[in-house]
Design a protein around this ligand. Structure first.
Ligand code: AMP
Ligand code: GLY
Length: 425
């Protein structure tokens, strides 16, 4: 009998996960909660929120789901994996305790210190006066991070004392995000990249690396966003997937960052059973960790899973059950993805604007925030669509991707024109 899978989430990342599962010959039926208008082509969308654990659990039991795959960190942090496993159901993702690698900056920092994983030096503070005295004595820029999930907005790179003071007031005195605790970090420099791995206990299977583009506008200007585009390069330039990361640097990141973290989590009695996402930086002193996430990155997943040739069901199931992970096979292609976002994002923006994708659009399209209404396809989020193209070279992938975007008609979207510019210049 073919397998029934439930994917939790409703963004571009989940669309890519659904797409990967749809290719598996073992998978017969995919449900996605809540899904979106693009996901609806490949999966049956279920109107349940990603954090409605009672509802999702009841649904999975009723439909006799074989495997659940979780996208968003909010569901993991809410304990969806613990609840499903307690009910005897197979689920891919980390337990609530293991999700602390993302949800608590201080937990992640302490774990790295214990496992000798290279990262920025840091101090933790709960008291405003102590934090402020520390910042005044330290050098600028300084990096101030709120210790908890803050929807990607809890990090301030302060270049002036005024900015630093405002950030500390926000996080420690005004209770903007909840109980106040901050991590103050040394400022590191160098290109950033994302290295994700499937982890099953102590076993780590790294994926090909990708680079995200976090600023809203061309030339890395404008506000920070969830990510405006990503790419991963063919093996012509080495095995890492990025020409600026050598084979030795890739091996170093796996052996001295991902593996020791998996081991330390297992030693602590909170083994990993999903994706470990390393937000890494190539500094003048070598590869260092900027942050960890306990889930697939978005938009990195859309380009990375496009290259996965192995049967994704086998990989997800092995990590879900603590079994041995299969060897991963990666397609030797350059893949580039460009996010189309609502004008105004990451600030406020309008929704419900019609989108038309012409029949001449020939690339992959992952939906990030769309809805189908009586008027057809409309925008329904900040990040709306992601066009993804693969080709033997990045230049060709970029040409195809931007030609594809010309076939998408919507008067309220913007996108960056310089994704993968580091490679293409
Ligand atoms: P995070 O949420 O920890 O990934 O931080 C968001 C962004 O802030 C990162 O992508 C970096 O660009 C920047 N950042 C965080 N920590 C540091 C650091 N120690 N040095 C320099 N930049 C940093
Ligand atoms: N693209 C960054 C993230 O998923 O956190």
């Amino acid at each position: 009998m073919g397998k029934k899978v439930l994917v939790v989430g409703g963004g571009g990342r989940e669309h890519a996960i659904v797409d990967a599962l749809a290719w598996s010959p073992q998978v017969e039926k995919i449900y996605c909660a809540p899904g979106n208008a693009g996901i609806a082509y490949q999966a049956e969308c279920v109107p349940l929120k990603d954090t409605d654990i009672d509802g999702l659990l009841a649904f999975a039991k009723e439909k006799e789901i074989d495997l659940t795959v979780v996208g968003p960190e909010a569901a993991l942090a809410a304990g969806i994996v613990d609840r499903f496993r307690a009910a005897g159901l197979k689920i891919f993702g980390h337990t609530k305790a293991a999700t602390a690698i993302e949800s608590s900056k201080e937990f992640a920092k302490r774990l790295m210190a214990g496992a000798k994983v290279p990262t920025a030096a840091y101090q933790t503070f709960t008291d405003f006066d102590e934090a402020w005295a520390y910042v005044r004595a330290a050098s600028l820029p300084t990096v101030i991070k709120y210790d908890g999930l803050a929807a990607g907005k809890g990090v301030v790179v302060a270049t002036t004392l005024e900015e630093a003071e405002a950030a500390l007031r926000d996080m420690l005195l005004d209770g903007r995000y909840g109980e106040g605790k901050v991590v103050i970090e040394e400022f590191l420099t160098g290109p950033e990249f994302s290295l994700m791995a499937f982890v099953s206990g102590r076993q780590v299977r790294p994926m090909v690396a990708a680079q995200d583009h976090k600023r809203a506008f061309d030339g890395d200007t404008g506000p920070n966003t969830g990510g405006m585009g990503a790419y991963t390069e063919s093996f012509a330039t080495g095995k890492s997937g990025l020409s600026f990361i050598s084979d030795e640097e890739y091996d170093f990141a796996v052996a001295h960052i991902l593996q020791p973290v998996a081991d330390a989590m297992a030693d602590a009695g909170t083994p990993l059973s999903g994706v470990l996402y390393g937000g890494l930086m190539k500094t003048p002193d070598g590869i260092k960790v900027i942050e960890f996430n306990a889930r697939f990155g978005d938009p990195e997943t859309e380009v990375v899973l496009t290259r996965l040739e192995s049967d994704s069901y086998d990989v997800f199931e092995a990590a879900a059950t603590g079994a041995a992970l299969p060897e991963l096979q990666w397609k030797d292609a350059s893949v580039m993805g460009v996010v189309m976002a609502s004008k105004g994002y990451p600030g406020s923006y309008s929704k419900g604007v019609p989108i038309v994708i012409t029949p001449d659009f020939r690339e992959r399209i992952y939906h990030m925030g769309t809805k189908r209404t009586d008027d057809g396809l409309v925008t329904a989020g900040g990040r709306v669509l992601m066009a993804v193209s693969e080709a033997p070279t990045m230049k060709e992938a970029a040409r195809r991707c931007y030609a594809g975007i010309d076939q998408i008609r919507c008067n309220n979207l913007f996108y960056r024109h310089d994704i993968a510019k580091y490679v293409l210049l």
